[in-house]
Design a protein around this ligand. Sequence first.
Ligand SMILES: NC(=O)c1ccc[n+]([C@@H]2O[C@H](COP(=O)([O-])OP(=O)(O)OC[C@H]3O[C@@H](n4cnc5c(N)ncnc54)[C@H](OP(=O)(O)O)[C@@H]3O)[C@@H](O)[C@H]2O)c1
Length: 473
Amino acid sequence: MIKKTIVQKPFQIIIFGASGDLASLMLFPAIYNLYAQKRLPENFQIIGYGRTKLTRNQFQKIFHQSIVKKYGQNPYKLTQLIDHLYFFSGPYDDLKSYENLNQFCKKLAGTEKVDQVAYFSVPPVVFADLIVNLSKTIKNSNNKLKLVIEKPFGTSEKTAQELVKILGKHFDQRNIYMLDHYLGKIPVQSIIQLRMENNIINQLLNGDLISNIQLTAFETADIGQRIGYFEHTGIIRDMLQSHLLQILSLITMDIPNHPNRNSLEREKYALLSAVHFSGKKDDLVIGQYQGYQKLRGVKKNSKTDTFAAVKLSIDRRQWFDVPIFMRAGKKLGQTISRVVIEFKTMPFQNHNCAVNKLIFEMKPAEKIELILYKDAKHSKSLTKMGGTVSLAHNLACVGDECLTEYATLILDILNGKKDYFLSINEVLASWKITDDIMKTKNRSDLLNYKGGSEGPKSQYRLTKKENFYWYES
Ligand SMILES: NC(=O)c1ccc[n+]([C@@H]2O[C@H](COP(=O)([O-])OP(=O)(O)OC[C@H]3O[C@@H](n4cnc5c(N)ncnc54)[C@H](OP(=O)(O)O)[C@@H]3O)[C@@H](O)[C@H]2O)c1
């Protein structure tokens, strides 16, 4: 039996912005998930922080509601977990408030030495105040204070660089956890694990054999409760900037020479720094679903993109003529999150015939699949077998021991494991690509699309030369 990973040392997690959406939707359920699976030690405290004036009791109620919403009525052990929760109200730009928070945390810890984590669940505009004030207070008492910063880290390469500068002045890189929750997904982690353990997959992930790569993240859901965050972010910065570029790097990077974080980081960065957007208007399609502007919190005539499709290339010998297509959108006809790698056909094959594919799917299924084709007309057997031969394997975690992606990553943070977090170099390289896309976005038409459709134009073009879908310009 595999021994489950647990946290042994006492800890405190201070969630800044604990009154917000991310905390209720993701962080509270993740903490509950870890607690219900007995992965947390006896001594720990979760301290919510925000400008909102909440009593401890009100905060506990919000936490309770979030868990009931996700796990149903009477979740196992919730009452005991609620006892570990506290709330501290204060502004983000007032040093005195952090000094008081520090005293509050010390009192809660008592004589015990505890690991401390500051989780930034606030919009990026607050990050600088948090970094400076934390460094002068809690970090002064605990040099190992860990910071967790949610993607998007900044809003552009320039703002990300400014943050890097402030961070570098006040905190050691080893204590900074830059979090992209996609890296907590089991199928995404499986891409690295399968590549590290099966060289046969690396032989297939060779640009000389591949005609194109398509990364798709479509959702039927609309922006819903996330409007405060989404309206100033948009789909390019929300989905492409980190989630999809990270997955692309895991698929197309050189396999690291060593199975450690430094080697992995180096290869991911090398790949991301070679990804290139042409800047051509034809290589970008952006859209907004009908009715988006009527949502509360959305500006009139908002230009926020809720759909984007972009064509990229990789400036590396083996990838330079393999087009990369990324597509992401909200309120579409289906929920899909997957990477399809299409292989080249052989010279004697008709270009319009079916092609072999390797698929990594995160949604709706969690699986890896190799698709081979068998043309019935070539079959000599009595049972004329034709169509698809699919070699698929489920990558989903099954059973009571499964963790949500946030729970997986919070467990890693508490145990000091950084394999599935972003490095500063990767973040900056991703912003460089995103900034180039955003420049073209500002010159492009924002196309309207109907909720439940396939995006701005249902008219796809299947080119003669290559078997990929793209939009007619
Ligand atoms: N929600 C998502 O799905 C999602 C996904 C990926 C990443 N993220 C990132 O996660 C973080 C939190 O997201 P969220 O959706 O929870 O954000 P949010 O609801 O907009 O904000 C979280 C909390 O931060 C405080 N806050 C909001 N705007 C502020 C401002 N202008 N100045 C100072 N404080 C402000 C508020 O708490 P108080 O008023 O109580 O202080 C608010 O409850 C952000 O960095 C976001 O970019 C979110």
